[in-house]
Design a protein around this ligand. Structure first.
Ligand code: AN7
Length: 380
């Protein structure tokens, strides 16, 4: 007798809330069900009484939240008879597309900015057998080309403009609601194309609606089928806080940015695809956007690794960096509960980690005396 039922991915887990039926062949790698870890040292380090949880999406099968969207997008592409998928990517989408296409037995074409994606992500796309097309341009150029070529070739776009992507990604909010038993006061996310912040908001709205909670404001995301469509009611949804890298912050500039740049290559995006929806999320949730410098992002990445034992990639640390900034300033008041999504694993980008590491590394002779000395010299 098994002790508990086997977890087989988020589509099976949330079948009743996703666009699948009994005949759908599900393409899954067991994604979702990621840990929500309560930080134990950083709040004290900040000197503030707050509960900070991190949703460690880096523990998905390909190491990022993209798997939640990709299981849905590839499942639907296969159901609709597609034999090839295509995406532009700053790295993680290409890794997920490559893996789920391999699983489904179809072809993945991935357009990536030449020399600007983290090594781990490139390794994944190549290892899973995607056709890797490097373009002499950035993500936004790639996205434009993908949209153009999809009109001329039999390929399904699996970027987050594919609505099934957001359907899969909304399940992260369901998991948080189930674990906390209520919405956090604030939910912090890094923002690139703004698909994920939109997906989370859809998830919170649907969950709250289904459980009969009362909510304020109308939901504009559910085509009128959820309770929010009427507006009027009060409830249990977080304020959504979207943080961008300062060199790549169109939501802060109020307009598209043509030459985005940041060490957080995953969110090096100047023309977000979910622009209008993200503004609605901010308005409806009573949240805000803000920006963090590369220096602050890297410091947050390092602090999380050193004080909590959790390794995320630079882009992911933007959620924590932004939260810490707003906790320090009091904009997020003491007593709040906060969830920060850590979108991707730190192992994705070993170069960024090693470059900023100050850990003592010594090279010594292979004898006992030398090892003893190295230990004594480095005791803290
Ligand atoms: C680690 O892979 O757009 O705001 O092409 O990889 O939903 O775009 C990646 C985005 C945050 C931003 N954190 O999410 C891609 C890509 C990580 C990411 C984001 C991305 P969105």
């Amino acid at each position: 007798m098994p002790f508990r039922s086997r977890y087989t991915g988020l589509i099976e887990a949330y079948r009743d809330r996703l666009p699948v039926n009994d005949d759908t062949r599900i393409i899954s790698l067991g994604e979702g069900n990621t840990p929500l870890i309560k930080l134990s040292n950083i709040p004290a380090h900040l000197g503030k009484k707050v509960d900070i949880y991190v949703k460690y999406e880096g523990l998905n099968p390909t190491g990022s939240f993209k798997d939640r969207g990709m299981t849905m997008a590839v499942t639907k592409a296969v159901e609709e008879g597609s034999e090839a998928i295509i995406c532009a990517s700053t790295g993680n989408t290409s890794a997920a597309a490559a893996a789920y296409a391999a699983r489904a037995g179809i072809t993945a074409f991935v357009l990536i900015p030449d020399g600007k994606i983290a090594l781990g992500k490139l390794a994944q796309a190549m290892m899973h057998g995607a056709v890797v097309i490097q373009i002499k341009g950035n993500f936004d150029d790639g996205m434009r080309l993908v949209k153009e070529v999809a009109d001329h070739a039999p390929v399904t776009i699996v970027n987050s403009i594919n609505p099934y992507r957001l359907q899969g990604q909304k399940t992260a909010a369901f998991e948080i609601m189930e674990e906390l038993g209520r919405a956090p006061d604030y939910h912090c996310l890094p923002v690139g194309n703004a698909g994920n912040i939109t997906a989370h908001w859809i998830g919170y709205c649907e969950y709250s609606s289904a459980s009969g909670d009362h909510v304020t404001g109308a939901c504009t995301f559910c085509d009128g089928h959820c309770r929010y469509a009427d507006g009027a009611i009060v409830g249990n949804r977080p304020r959504m806080l979207g943080y961008q890298a300062a060199g790549s912050a169109p939501f802060m500039r109020g307009e598209m940015v043509d030459n985005p740049d940041t060490v957080a290559t995953a969110i090096r995006i100047g023309h977000p695809q979910s622009w209008d929806m993200a503004w609605k999320v901010k308005e409806e949730s009573g949240g805000w956007f803000d920006e963090c410098t590369d220096e602050v992002i890297l410091a947050a990445q390092k602090l999380l690794a050193e004080k909590e034992g959790i390794f995320c990639e630079p882009a992911s640390a933007t959620s924590l960096a932004g939260a810490m900034m707003d906790i320090q300033s009091g904009k997020i008041p003491e007593g709040s509960s906060i969830v920060c999504t850590l979108t991707g694993h730190g192992l994705k980008d070993p170069d960024a980690a090693i470059k900023q590491s100050t850990s003592p590394m010594v090279t010594i002779d292979a004898d006992l005396e030398s090892v003893k000395r190295a230990i004594l010299d480095n005791m803290s």
